[in-house]
Design a protein around this ligand. Structure first.
Ligand code: GAL
Length: 452
């Protein structure tokens, strides 16, 4: 007998999430492919996405069966611009048909798709025209969105315009670890600006085609805290990071005002109110500190709190409570339906994942108990996949199913078994915690669990 059970709303969406380049394989016409070919340590051990999880060549359907096996009723995937529009204004109808087949398989399996229109990759021709620094990019993106949505809207009602603008801009244009490999803070803000324009253009274009579509975007938020809470410099650094990374994009959507800390302020009036729902991608907490020896980066440093549970390398701290705080913040700012469009943990051995899943879901449940309309949760990820600059590094395996990339064999991890129970019962419980993650029982259900 469970001592406590947290039940979710009947219509709650239990989902998983993937992105095209990370699972499809044979994506050879985008800027990430070109980046992988360059070698030079850009990707872990110079690995390439190659066949990835072979979704394009047939494995998507097999993995969709796995979604149904897990009792999940939703999946967030992305479609690859470079496949659908391989050359400017030219449409590849075979690619559109392949996506239609994948979406149809999902619907047949009782899995509601959410389609992301931009998840980090760009057609090579777009990159050659200046990519997201090109002032015309939102027009180019809009043309693609119009075509893709016109071709697929009968199969999908929920559209996610852009995945994680601040991550894309930070990695590609500020720390330079992703294509196009630039390190220019001004470019970071320019890309964010152009992505806000593109998001707005996509939002309006989709609604013109399909007034009933539900359109949002997936925003990555870090739970930032000052390392020394009373230290004014640490507080300033935290404020800066939170503003640039979490706040800026949300602010322009909420107000139409463009207020970067660097560069020209202005307006993107057409962005105001362009969310039918907001997606939150949440992974970690970082504590920020001002350090004199980091003057090149304006003194800005951040890291996991000493002694806190944390991910590999500079991944940051696992901090479930941060999820509730960020949900509350989005609710205050937008008062719109919220989806957790990504949440997950790099953990090949599945030691942490079951407890991580339960503790984060408890925060989602608390938000719902506060009457905040969190409508669904998309776990990152269904299967291990190509983790960008980390490639197939075993330290960065995110799947409920492990994948052997030599044989394509999938193995259901314990966390997958747990998620299957959660989705089936529409609940999390102390009984599940006891069976899958005894280490979190006392934290999640203090004093409530009877001895075995
Ligand atoms: C997100 C990203 C995903 C995936 C995940 C795990 O930032 O949207 O594509 O890589 O992180 O690191």
């Amino acid at each position: 007998m469970a001592d406590a059970t947290h039940i979710f709303p009947v219509d709650f969406l239990w989902g998983t999430a993937t992105a095209a380049h990370q699972v499809e394989g044979d994506n050879t016409n985008n800027d990430w492919y070109a980046w992988e070919q360059k070698g030079g340590g850009r990707v872990f051990e110079d690995q390439v996405s190659g066949k990835a999880c072979k979704w394009w060549s047939g494995h998507a359907e097999k993995d969709i069966k796995r979604m149904a096996d897990l009792n999940t009723n939703a999946h967030r995937l992305s479609i690859e611009w470079s496949r659908i529009e391989p050359e400017p204004g030219q449409w590849n109808h075979d690619a559109i048909d392949r996506y239609r087949a994948i979406l149809t398989a999902m619907r047949d399996a009782g899995v509601q798709p959410m389609v992301t229109l931009h998840h980090f990759t760009n057609p090579i021709w777009v990159a050659e025209q200046g990519g997201w620094l090109n002032p015309e990019i939102s027009t180019l993106f809009q043309r693609f969105v119009q075509k893709a949505v016109a071709e697929m809207a009968d199969l999908c009602d929920v559209w996610c315009t852009i995945n994680e603008p601040s991550v894309y801009a930070a990695k590609g244009f500020y720390d330079g670890s992703w294509p196009p490999g630039q390190a220019n803070l001004g470019h970071y803000f320019q890309v964010m600006h152009n992505m806000a324009e593109a998001h707005a253009a996509a939002y309006h274009a989709i609604h013109e085609l399909r007034p009933q579509a539900r359109v949002g975007m997936a925003h990555h938020m870090v739970y930032w805290k000052p390392l020394r809470s009373a230290n004014p410099l640490d507080r300033t650094v935290t404020h800066l990071l939170d503003g640039m990374f979490n706040g800026l994009f949300l602010d322009v959507i909420a107000t139409g005002q463009w207020r970067p800390i660097i560069g020209k302020k202005g307006e993107i009036p057409q962005a105001k109110g362009t969310l039918d729902w907001i997606g939150l991608n949440y992974y970690q907490r970082w504590d920020a500190a001002f350090k004199l020896n980091a003057l090149k980066a304006l003194g800005i440093t951040y890291s996991a709190r000493p002694g806190a549970p944390k991910g590999p390398q500079s991944w940051g701290e696992f901090y479930p409570e941060g999820l509730l705080e960020l949900i509350k913040r989005l609710h205050r700012q937008f008062n719109k339906p919220i989806y957790i469009t990504e949440n997950g943990v790099p953990d090949e051995t599945d030691t942490i994942r079951p407890g991580f899943l339960l503790e984060h879901l408890q925060q989602v449940w608390k938000a719902i108990m506060h009457s905040i309309p969190v409508k669904g949760y998309y776990f990152w990820s269904l299967v291990d996949n190509f983790e960008w600059a980390e490639g197939l590094d075993p330290r960065y395996r995110f799947g409920l199913y492990g994948v052997d990339f030599k044989t394509q064999k999938r193995t259901l991890r314990n966390s997958g078994k747990l998620y299957k129970e959660i989705a089936k019962t529409n609940a999390i419980s102390s009984d599940m915690a006891r069976r899958y993650a005894p280490e979190v029982v006392e934290r999640m259900f203090p004093g409530k669990v009877s001895p075995r």
